[in-house]
Design a protein around this ligand. Structure first.
Ligand code: SF4
Length: 377
């Protein structure tokens, strides 16, 4: 990738934060007075390059090429006189302390709580969006929250980690890169719940800054993702592979939507790619859709989700979970070797965790992939 002008913010880009950003600098620093432009939400975007008088945003794979004053596809970034600025730095639309099971991340710090934050807008077009009130909202308004305030809130609430979620977290790249090192400093983990459409440069920076776990929403096969999300699913698979290679704990989710991605060919294709590209131990959540935004089809029948789970299991995946079906046994973890129930969950919460401290089945010794099965603190 050729980046002729990549700006890493050595200094914090918020006037309430002391100088001294938490991740390595490879570029020049900018004074806060220059980058704020009168609003705490506006700061210079990190990844951008100049192309023939325009500026290309390199945050996500849309790679929008912006003329002066033009706003990107996601509406969160704008070219102002030859420099792209994010318009949502620290803009918080939603904040809540959630069980990690709600992300969902089932093999990652089970039973822990993550302070979860969302901003506004999205870089995907999904017409069924379950969070459309914030993902389709124009990115203005909202409450400003500095990285420090976010971390101190997480500590005050007794959380074990952070999660950037609700809308697409990639759009909060600059803020996340300041949150993650601060979280690590105080022993918190960091997670994303994402469509996985960031550029490799953005992903690498996130991992370098302290991304520990990610749930990536694989929304369908190439045709469905192109048609409904206006995106290229290959970039999503590439990022899943990359995150895994870099040591990030990766789980995948597919919201199973009648008529969009519920056929055997599509679900089998996703399961096959998980097996081939990420490995059988990668958890896959097949989750129930509810009518929202522009989609009015009734909710996914539980039988369709059970069929999806079976497709994944027959493909060889060890851990296929049902989502959004409270109380279904498909929320539990079973030993892939002896079939014993290892983790019991209910209504997005941990009920019992029998995985041994070294990550094995207590009955047969089978290794159970995951991160921090038994955390302390
Ligand atoms: S983050 Fe927004 S402006 Fe940047 S490339 Fe993606 S959609 Fe375009």
């Amino acid at each position: 990738m050729s980046v002729s002008r990549c700006r890493l913010l050595t200094y914090s880009n918020c006037d309430t934060i002391p100088v001294g950003g938490g991740y390595p600098s490879k570029g020049r620093s900018k004074a806060w007075s220059v980058v704020t432009m009168g609003s705490p939400f506006i700061c210079e975007a990190l990844l951008q390059e100049t192309v023939n008088g325009k500026v290309r945003c390199l945050t996500c794979e849309r790679r929008c090429l912006l003329s002066d004053r033009q706003v990107g596809w996601c509406r969160t970034r704008q070219n102002r006189s030859g420099t792209i600025y994010t318009l949502i730095y620290g803009l918080v639309s939603s904040l809540s302390c959630n069980p990690i099971e709600k992300k969902p991340l089932h093999h990652f710090y089970p039973g822990s709580a993550a302070l979860t934050v969302g901003s506004l807008s999205c870089n995907f077009a999904c017409p069924w969006c379950q969070n459309y009130r914030i993902s389709k909202a124009k990115p203005d308004g909202g409450r400003y929250m500095s990285p420090q305030e976010f971390i101190s809130t997480a500590i005050d609430l007794g959380c074990q980690g952070t999660s950037i979620s609700f809308n697409e977290p990639t759009l909060s790249l600059e803020w996340a890169l300041e949150v993650f090192p601060l979280a690590r400093q105080v022993g918190l983990y960091n997670t994303f719940v994402s469509n996985g459409y960031m550029t490799l440069a953005a992903l690498d920076l996130l991992v370098e800054a302290g991304l520990d776990g990610i749930n990536v929403d694989v929304k369908g096969d190439a045709k469905a993702v192109h048609r409904h999300c206006q995106a290229n699913v290959e970039a999503v698979w590439r990022n899943c592979r990359r995150a895994r290679e870099l040591g990030v704990w990766v789980e995948l989710t597919t919201l199973v939507i009648p008529g969009v991605n519920d056929d055997e060919m599509c679900l089998g294709g996703i399961a096959h790619r998980i097996m081939a590209e990420l490995g059988p131990e990668t958890p896959w959540h097949v989750s129930r859709y509810h009518p929202a935004y522009q989609f009015t089809a009734p909710p996914t029948p539980a039988a369709a989700l059970e069929r999806a789970r079976k497709i994944g299991q027959q493909m060889g995946l060890h851990f296929v979970y049902l989502g959004n079906v409270p109380g279904h046994p498909g929320e539990n973890t079973f030993c892939p070797n002896c079939g014993a129930t290892l983790v019991k969950r209910g209504v997005l919460r941990l009920h019992r965790n029998d995985v041994t401290p070294d990550g094995r089945c207590p009955h047969c010794g089978q290794e159970v992939a995951g991160k921090a099965w038994h955390w302390t603190g």
